[in-house]
Ligand binder design. Structure first.
Ligand SMILES: C[S@@+](CC[C@H](N)C(=O)[O-])C[C@H]1O[C@@H](n2cnc3c(N)ncnc32)[C@H](O)[C@@H]1O
Length: 242
């Protein structure tokens, strides 16, 4: 069911990623990741490859693995551009992908993925374990009282002339995306495997989830026109044995 919905969502997903607040959020994520040549980076739930594209422009000399369970999202990601040879896209669940990876990652990003996970703490624990020493993760996720119209309004105010006309004509597609979002929220609530899954919607809950997963979160910052949270976490160094 989730796979089917994500495959359907892939048809209109880039209408969402083209919104100004989404673009700004991606810029924030790239800045927070601080990637450097040679780093191994996981884009968990990479969708149509919008973050990977920004990273390819910012620092093509990284090794990037984009993982997503939706074949349609991945088809769009692969077709997005000519990727550097060190960028690969894999159709797989995030948990099993991390469990099968022995090399580890210097950086891990998940953009608007935590809200979809049935057991966010379990997946965050896999993510933390998958970080190399000194590694860092950057996550964004919508807040509980998410107001989509704030994002759309902020986008429209940033458009002029033909761009504004095009944006207005694209509103029905955004409406369709919004309906799919509601279905995804409903299914993620129904399929939640862990009671802690509810915490993913709240600032304090996110910090707690990351701590319980063994990461060291920094203060949560607003993103996505104030409708989302951006959270950076480092892998906690285990206390030294005496
Ligand atoms: C809201 S989209 C975000 C896509 C992308 N990160 C972006 O910034 O545009 C969530 C993505 O996560 C993927 N996804 C959700 N749960 C997943 C899981 N357990 N394993 C792998 N991918 C998952 C979905 O297929 C979808 O492409």
């Amino acid at each position: 069911m989730p796979k089917l919905l994500w495959n359907l969502y892939a048809l209109c997903y880039d209408a969402v990623t083209r919104l100004l607040p989404y673009q700004e959020m991606l810029d924030q994520v790239v800045a927070a990741l601080e990637v450097a040549p040679g780093m191994r980076v996981l884009d968990a739930g990479c969708g149509t490859g919008v973050l990977a594209e920004r990273l390819a422009k910012a620092c093509p000399d990284i090794e990037l693995v984009g993982v997503d369970l939706s074949s349609s999202m991945l088809a769009r990601a692969r077709a997005r551009r000519a990727w550097p040879a060190s960028f690969t896209f894999v159709e797989r669940d995030i948990d099993s992908s991390l469990a099968a990876d022995a090399a580890g990652f210097d950086r891990l990003a998940s953009v608007n993925v935590i809200w979809t996970l049935p057991d966010p703490q379990g997946t965050l624990a896999h993510m933390t374990a998958g970080l190399r020493p000194g590694g860092r993760m950057v996550h964004t996720t919508p807040r509980f009282s998410f107001r989509a119209h704030v994002i759309v309004w902020r986008h429209l105010r940033g458009q002029k002339g033909w761009a504004l006309a095009r944006a207005l004509l694209g509103l029905p597609v955004l409406l369709f995306a919004g309906l799919l979002n509601l279905l995804l929220v409903a299914q993620s609530a129904l399929l939640a495997r862990a009671p802690r899954a509810r915490q993913r919607w709240h600032e304090d809950g996110l910090v707690a989830l990351l701590r319980q997963a063994g990461a060291e979160p920094r203060p949560v910052r607003p993103c996505y026109a104030g409708q989302g949270y951006l959270i950076v976490a480092d892998r906690r160094t285990p206390p030294q044995e005496k």
